[in-house]
Ligand binder design. Structure first.
Ligand SMILES: [Zn+2]
Length: 117
């Protein structure tokens, strides 16, 4: 059971349609990635993405959440747990990390454009 040691979790149906909830308060240090907890925000997706696929609703929720966080932390780098340590395989081989990254970049560009009008 992980909810309290991560800052955000993206739910899966039928538990939720397309939402996320906050774990630890946003202004506290998480316990999601050894060595970088004090300078990172952890996002956890419910599921085993070595066996399962991310749902469309999870992906949509992730894109919204990461897009919003990118405005709060404009210098942040988006990475997976496995990018930070060789001891972890998170979020799993089926997790569409590059597709989410591309959609977040597109979403950021669209938001910047819509805000400039
Ligand atoms: Zn992990």
């Amino acid at each position: 059971m992980l909810p309290e040691n991560l800052k955000f979790r993206v739910k899966t149906p039928p538990r939720a349609a397309a939402s996320h909830y906050e774990g630890r308060p946003h202004n506290t240090i998480g316990a999601h990635a050894y060595g970088v907890n004090s300078k990172s925000v952890g996002i956890c997706f419910e599921g085993d993405f070595n066996k399962e696929e991310l749902t469309d609703n999870q992906e949509k929720a992730a894109i919204v959440l990461i897009t919003l966080l990118s405005f709060a932390y404009p210098d942040a780098k988006l990475c997976r747990h496995c990018d930070l340590t060789t001891k972890k395989n998170c979020p799993g081989n089926n997790f569409p990390f590059e597709r989410i990254r591309e959609k977040v970049i597109k979403s950021i560009k669209e938001m910047r454009f819509s805000n400039s009008i």
